[in-house]
Ligand binder design. Structure first.
Ligand code: TRP
Length: 330
């Protein structure tokens, strides 16, 4: 599977946690080693579809961008920028609203989930995947690393691209491939049947920038099972801890603990100490890099990223306007 340009986005909805790291960000970092261009975006315009909070959004946006750099997104290799700094995203999203089918959008499971929970269901929540399609296609990107939950949005993106190409009579937008980040689902520590997420509450996640003591404490308090009995499959909580140990770079130890747990002779306290040590050691260099990054440096990186992104986006948007017959043309 070869792609030439990779694009992905992440919402500034809260601090990065282990679930985001193992499920997405680490993969983004690895993809920088490939030949393809890599473009990574903090999607603040997506975040407002869940509610407006002008007091916290700017801080979260900057925080997340800085955390991505600390995790290893290299602004020399990749274009790292903030969505709202490149206004063509919203402009193309509007154009794509004319190409996206209402029926297709109505079938988006993420919309159904979110709108079921929200007090105020905005039209923005409904057209969210149209903005996502614009993010990707604005750069003529052909590879998008995402988790399984985003597959449907990428199918919609392909549909929009095809319809656009058909209407304008030109193979303008590429066929986008989903680069699935597989099997790295980290579950909540306190409720291991649910995906790790900040919205569940403090005890449920480990933030990447949390002090080592707090990280260790949260992992020590993770829900497991009574233990002491042989079993065929690991309980959700134990499987989650074993998975974290594996992802934190200790696959052999993880394998051994898993076998002991199945035999019923694993002391979960030992597993938890091993997981806590591995996670703390993994986070240490990330936290160190984060501490060294000044706000000024970060602003400069993002300004440069926006400029490089615009250099790709502006001519594409010019083409789009011309192809659909709006604007003054070139
Ligand atoms: N919807 C994605 C998510 O919630 C975030 C996102 C926005 C994105 N734009 C994107 C992901 C473009 C990939 C490509 O995870």
């Amino acid at each position: 599977m070869s792609v030439t340009r990779i694009f992905s986005g992440i919402q500034p909805t809260g601090d990065l946690h282990l679930g985001n790291y193992f499920g997405a960000v680490r993969n983004w970092v690895e993809l920088q080693q490939q030949a393809a261009d890599t473009i990574y975006c903090v999607v603040d315009y997506h975040a407002i579809t869940g509610g407006i909070d002008a007091d916290v959004l700017p801080g979260r946006t900057m925080q997340l961008a800085g955390d991505l750099i600390a995790c290893g997104i290299d602004p020399e290799r990749s274009i790292l920028f903030v969505q709202s700094h490149v206004p063509e995203h919203t402009e193309l999203a509007w154009v794509f609203n004319a190409f996206a089918a209402f029926g297709d959008l109505s079938r988006m499971t993420q919309f159904k989930d979110k709108s079921g929970r929200a007090k105020h269901v905005s039209a923005g929540l409904f057209t969210y995947p149209v903005l996502q399609a614009a993010d990707i296609l604005l750069y003529l990107a052909d590879g998008v690393p995402v988790g399984e939950d985003q597959s449907q949005h990428l199918e919609l993106t392909r549909g929009i691209a095809r319809r656009f190409n058909q209407v304008v009579g030109q193979e303008y937008f590429p066929d986008v491939q989903t680069l699935l980040t597989e099997g790295k689902r980290i579950m909540s520590l306190a409720d291991p049947d649910k995906k790790m997420s900040k919205s569940l509450g403090e005890k449920h996640y480990v933030g990447l920038m949390e002090p080592p003591k707090r990280v260790a404490k949260k992992i020590r308090s993770a829900v497991t099972d009574a233990g002491g009995e042989a079993r065929e499959d690991l309980s959700a909580g134990v499987a989650n801890l074993v998975g974290m140990l594996r992802f934190a770079g200790q696959p052999e130890a993880a394998q051994q603990y898993a076998e002991e747990a199945k035999r019923g002779d694993l002391l979960y306290g030992h597993l938890k100490v091993a997981v806590a040590d591995a996670v703390v050691a993994m986070l240490e260099p990330i936290q160190e890099r984060r501490a060294q990054l000044s706000d000024d440096e970060l602003s400069d990186v993002l300004a440069d990223g926006a400029q490089r992104a615009s250099a790709i986006a502006a001519p594409v948007m010019d083409d789009v306007r011309r192809l659909i017959g709006v604007g003054r043309g070139r």
